[in-house]
Ligand binder design. Structure first.
Ligand code: NI
Ligand code: MN
Length: 228
């Protein structure tokens, strides 16, 4: 399975001829090295409605026919914007998509979207446990540290994708504590260095986690891919 960091919290997963996008914020993401018009997808997985996560979901889904998967109110709202293939779910539930499955788990955050017609607040945020290409990957989404990550650890994670930017999410110290709870083989940091308020040192985060846990940390540059 090939994982590509698009930048911010946007990732692309590829395996067995299928492509999955997670939180595809590309347009307006100054760190992205690709154009939204060049992205393809069989499924788009969303953690919550904030603009830096929904991103280019609607145009990509309309162009490709990708299934858009999110919590109930968010996926339903995306459907109301003219996207035909939406698969709403909710915490505890698992949804199958081409090549894999996604289970919704809790995330402590908020969820709203600023559109041309004002602000909407479709539902609540989630974390995503994705099984795809023989791997289990936890996308924490935007969240603080919370003790129920102990339950998420029982999903036997190969990879944990954790925000480290602080201010709107966990910062590096709490993300390192999360890594200790989650016990994934690999930790990939995200949601940092996109904007001035979330500047962080991924190298220092790597040192901290690798000193205190058994996980290895893989900081990826936007556009960088790794085979897992
Ligand atoms: Ni957010
Ligand atoms: Mn965010």
């Amino acid at each position: 399975m090939k994982l590509t960091y698009i930048g911010h919290s946007a990732f692309m997963l590829e395996a067995d001829g299928k492509t999955v996008l997670v939180d595809p914020f590309v347009t307006g993401n100054g760190t992205a090295t690709v154009s939204a018009d060049d992205l393809t997808a069989d499924a788009i997985l969303l953690t919550h409605a904030h603009n830096d996560h929904v991103g280019d979901t609607i145009p990509i889904a309309k162009r490709t026919g990708a299934a858009v998967i999110g919590t109930f109110e968010l996926a339903t709202w995306i459907g109301s914007q003219g996207v035909e293939n939406v698969l709403p779910g909710n915490h505890g539930g698992t949804i199958a998509f081409p090549g894999g499955t996604v289970k919704f788990v809790p995330a402590w955050h908020t969820s709203s979207y600023e559109s041309e017609n004002g602000v909407v607040a479709p539902g609540v945020p989630a974390g995503l446990v994705v099984r795809f290409g023989g791997k289990t990957i936890y996308f924490a989404g935007d969240t603080c540290l919370f003790l129920d990550m102990q339950l998420i650890a029982e999903e036997d994670l190969d990879v944990a994708v954790l925000p480290i930017g602080d201010r709107f999410t966990m910062g590096p110290k709490d993300a390192a504590r999360a890594a200790g709870i989650l016990r994934a083989g690999t930790v990939i940091p995200c949601h940092y260095n996109t904007f001035p308020p979330i500047q962080q040192d991924a190298g220092a985060f790597k040192e901290l986690v690798e000193a205190e846990t058994a996980s290895r940390v893989l900081p990826l540059a936007p556009g960088e891919s790794v085979e897992l």
